[in-house]
Design a protein around this ligand. Sequence first.
Ligand code: ADP
Ligand code: ASP
Ligand code: MG
Length: 410
Amino acid sequence: MALIVQKYGGTSVGSVDKMKAVAKRVIECSQEGNQLVVILSAMAGQTDRLIQLAGEITDHPDPRELDVLLSTGEQVSIALFAMIIKSMGYDVRSLLGFQVAVLTDRLYGKARIRKVETARLKRELKRNRIVAVAGFQGLDSHSDITTLGRGGSDTTAVAIAAVLNAEVCEIYTDVNGVYTTDPHICPKARKLDAISYDEMLEMASLGARVMEIRSVEFAKKYNVSIHVRSSFSKERGTMVVAETMDMEKVLVSGVAYNKDEARITVKKVPDNPGIASQIFKPIGEAGVVVDMIVQNTSEDGLTDVTFTVSKSDFYNTMKVVRDVALEIGAEKVLGDEDISKVSIIGVGMRSHAGVAQTMFETLFRENINILMISTSEIKISCVIEEKYTELAVRSLHKVFGLHNEKLQER
Ligand code: ADP
Ligand code: ASP
Ligand code: MG
């Protein structure tokens, strides 16, 4: 008898009919003799609707109350799902984050899991029940509800799989697995049979939302085996695993994009020691995560500092940076929201020169201007104008030999 954790995303539970299909799948797996913990997301679009409702009241909803609100989406899903399983004649228990207890820190909206208790889960499983757990939510040290950040149900699932030592954590979604790039924008994307934790981490951090980044961090840390697959087919999906030797041979294994970034430039900053710290300290204190940073070589003792933040942090950051700019005597602050970041990823890049050049040349051939560049051992990212995202992704996908040539371009 194996213990299996399954997570179903928003589209997979987007209607009662879809939930019924999920329930059948879960029951089949249970009939094969497995113990099942099923993590559910809110029904498709529900979290966005709740955010919009809060936005009708204020631009800055109280973070504590926002988490109380957002966590309701998943509560609806587990209750309906449990009713369906019961109506099919099987025993089931729905559990909210606090009932499990998924314990987190106090960072509302992006809380980190500190600990997951196993007693209640184990008790329910021992009674031969299917356990349905609300994803994306936890409880902080003050017994307040927290949420884990968008896409956080993946993290709930992997954390629970880790503490229960589950045989596998299956992430059910609306595509057949992890592809060489987003199959919704590049129809010739190829499904990968396996991907290493490190590559999946890079892909996730660079915008491929098929798995949420913290869930991959968890999986890597606790060696949880992950199977990303479709809710709508029986096809085998993608295993996310520790790196193996033959993975080294692939030069570039994926292309990712992120349209959720904005660029800020502080012009003509006096090039003195401590300036970077003066700019970025208040940004950090405002809880904003900065992604890429570029500082130009200085001319006449003045330099430009450019960086990116997520679009949701743009206005807030602009405000903070304008104040700093005045203090340090910078000339002005420029902002641009119409950008996106396109990246190529591959562990094989470590040992190959020329990959960056191929990327730059490909973008040049398509007449796409590169606004910023950043590299690491296993990725190269370029910031470009947002309107060229799809073109850039498809061209890079092709030039690095990732196209599935068996498929016709749609
Ligand atoms: P869920 O609601 O099931 O969590 P998400 O929308 O969060 O689903 O993630 C699945 C989506 O991720 C896919 O529909 C696809 O458009 C997108 N995606 C982006 N990059 C990739 C990739 N490399 N492979 C597969 N899907 C990707
Ligand atoms: N419902 C949450 C969201 O839409 C969490 C999740 O789906 O994983 O982000
Ligand atoms: Mg998701």
